[in-house]
Write a protein that binds this ligand. Structure first.
Ligand SMILES: [Zn+2]
Length: 51
């Protein structure tokens, strides 16, 4: 299972409504709306500490 980074819901990759690749990683979303939010500000959702 993958986790939708926008709403934190568990998403089965095969059934994901949308997916997006950011910095070489693939993220799966429960809905197209979540992907659109992610694509607008991916760094807000990936949550990686900034150097
Ligand atoms: Zn979602």
């Amino acid at each position: 299972m993958a986790v939708d980074p926008v709403c934190k819901m568990s998403v089965e990759p095969a059934k994901a409504a949308a997916q997006s690749t950011y910095k070489g990683r693939t993220y799966y979303f429960c809905a197209v709306g979540c992907k659109q939010k992610f694509d607008r500000e991916p760094e807000k959702y990936v949550g990686e500490p900034q150097p």
